[in-house]
Design a protein around this ligand. Structure first.
Ligand code: TNX
Length: 539
């Protein structure tokens, strides 16, 4: 590291500039040289991913971020203001003080600088949307809720040159094209799932992934916490689940688990990014780690050995034992206490070793237990083989639009979360050359991930039954953060766009160009993305 770089890094640390960064990696990335090889380019409002509802660029108007720029926030928006300033300080090196403006200040929208206001937004933005105006004098983001301001901040990042995402000070200039965006999501649930059971992923990895999800306005993170190969969350009333059941993983490595404090830190970090965590404890199948930890949970009273392969469908909880339901109640009770969000995911997939009648009986009792703990059930779509409660959401992971059982459940009110494996599974290989991933649902290139309509995907399921979309990342072959990034980016932004952007804006040709403009941002953030040949990558 050059001396100038080192002293700059020290200055930044002393000023607390890196502390509010977007992930642990920000602290370890090597500082870049101060002289940028070329002047930063202005990014277009038309390049934003996910595509906003309305975009009106104002030709010949630009706003420039300078060393004197301030961030003004109304009461209740200070956290979002601090988050924005933290990101901008790292690459600009500017002070960017966050200053309160009273909500009733008559001139609150005309302050010179960046304003985040919880008033005055176009009413169409709802709870999660925002209005963003860029004039020569000011950037003003207005929303009805902090979540909307946060979404607007993600858009603002994309209006700045890609170098704004650098972890170290760059030269600028920091110019934003003028105009107006009014935006709101199409679907309420825009999710990603990370399997931390097949391979355990440490807290820092999950936090970094949360920051990457936030870039694309994802608002749910589903954590697949338990499976045959590992139990990853401490449960006080059944301690061996984590200490023994979490002691290995696919391939036989050491595994690991989250303490309750670790887990609370993930939930809190996600909350600070307006992301709700959905914890999953899979049952009645995918339970070998639990059976290995407590022999009394097996029908035959014998504990199987820990499992480090990748087969599915061989383990089951025992429908006839009362201890099964005490176990479920204890586990879900402790999990509910750690969960501010509305959902507990109870799995329900691939229960090939459970008799259909036992499956239905267990899933019906489990749904009641979840309700008794004040939560709603999310489950893989096989749950429609039991009797879904009115609040139960079925997550579709099939590979065809034909699912008469799911369509029938939707007709009686079951909401559907869409994760068709041949479109939305981030663990599928992109093509035959992808070094990671599986192929049972086929190859999933970027166009496959993008080119479908969640509102019209399953035959005879009306758009009004669709709660949202989710991109699951199973980790049988996924070991490191770099692996996660390679499989998620750029397919995750594609799925996120399906959840956020109006169906009327769906257009592969336009999307792949916008996606290409994200490349330099990912490079600046050190994200290990897949350079799909389908995408015209900007340099
Ligand atoms: C199917 S999708 C599974 C998982 C595997 C995944 C691998 C689903 C509900 N179950 O157990 O990890 O395929 O792609």
């Amino acid at each position: 590291m050059a001396t100038a770089g080192r002293s700059r890094l020290r200055t930044a640390l002393a000023a607390g500039m890196l502390a509010a960064g977007t992930g642990a990696a920000a602290l370890v990335a090597p500082p870049a040289a101060n002289a940028d090889p070329q002047a930063a380019k202005t990014s277009s409002m038309r390049d934003v991913v996910p595509a906003p509802v309305t975009v009106k660029p104002a030709a010949d108007t630009t706003f420039t971020l300078t060393s004197g720029t301030k961030v003004f926030t109304s009461a209740g928006a200070r956290d979002v203001g601090g988050y924005l300033a933290g990101i901008l300080r790292r690459s600009t090196g500017y002070r960017l003080p966050v200053v309160d403006v009273p909500d009733d200040a008559p001139d609150r929208a005309s302050a010179k600088g960046i304003s985040l206001l919880l008033a005055g937004a176009d009413p169409s933005v709802g709870d999660q949307g925002y209005q963003l105006d860029v004039t020569a004098k000011a950037v003003v983001i207005r929303a009805q809720r902090p979540a909307g301001l946060f979404a607007g901040v993600q858009t603002l990042r994309q209006l700045l040159p890609a170098e704004i995402e650098s972890a170290t000070v760059r030269k600028g200039p920091w110019v934003i094209g003028g105009g107006q965006i009014v935006d709101r999501p199409r679907l309420a649930y825009r999710g990603a799932m990370l399997d931390v059971a097949r391979h355990f992923h440490p807290v820092e990895t999950v936090l970094r992934y949360i920051d990457e999800l936030a870039l694309y306005k994802v608002n749910y993170l589903h954590l697949h916490l338990t499976d045959d190969q590992g139990w990853r969350i401490a449960i006080d009333s059944w301690p061996r689940l984590a200490t023994y059941g979490g002691s290995t993983q696919v391939g036989g490595g050491v595994g690991g688990y989250y303490t309750k404090a670790d887990y609370a830190a993930i939930v809190a970090y996600a909350e600070s990014r307006y992301i709700t965590v959905v914890p999953e404890v899979d049952m009645p199948g995918h339970v070998n780690a639990a059976l290995a930890s407590y022999a009394e949970l097996s029908c035959d009273g014998k504990a199987p050995p820990l499992y480090t392969g990748i087969a599915v469908g061989f383990s089951s909880l025992c429908a006839d034992k009362e201890i099964t339901y005490k176990f479920i109640d204890d586990v879900l009770g402790e999990l509910a206490a750690l969960t501010p969000g509305p959902y507990l995911h109870v799995g329900g997939d691939e229960a090939h070793s459970t008799k259909p009648a036992d499956y239905a009986a267990m899933m019906n009792r489990v749904q009641k237990i979840v309700a008794d703990h004040g939560k709603s059930v999310l489950a893989w779509h096989q749950v429609v083989g039991a009797t879904p409660l009115p609040s139960t959401v079925a997550q579709y992971w099939g590979t065809t639009p034909s699912s008469p059982e799911v369509a029938a459940a939707a007709k009686t009110g079951t909401k559907i979360l869409l994760s068709p494996a041949n479109k939305a599974y981030l663990d599928m290989k992109y093509d035959a050359n992808t070094p990671l991933g599986l192929r049972w649902a086929g190859y999933v290139e970027v166009k496959d991930a993008y080119d479908w309509d969640p509102g019209a995907y399953i035959n005879d399921v009306d758009a009004s039954s669709v709660l949202g979309v989710e991109a699951p990342l199973w980790t049988e072959t996924i070991v490191t953060l770099r692996d996660i990034e390679y499989m998620a980016v750029p397919r995750l932004p594609a799925i996120a766009e399906l959840g956020w952007s109006p169906a009327s804006s769906h257009d592969w040709t336009a999307f792949r160009t916008r996606l290409g403009s994200q490349g330099p941002r990912w490079t600046a953030q050190g994200i290990n993305f897949y350079r799909s040949p389908q995408v015209p990558w900007a340099s």
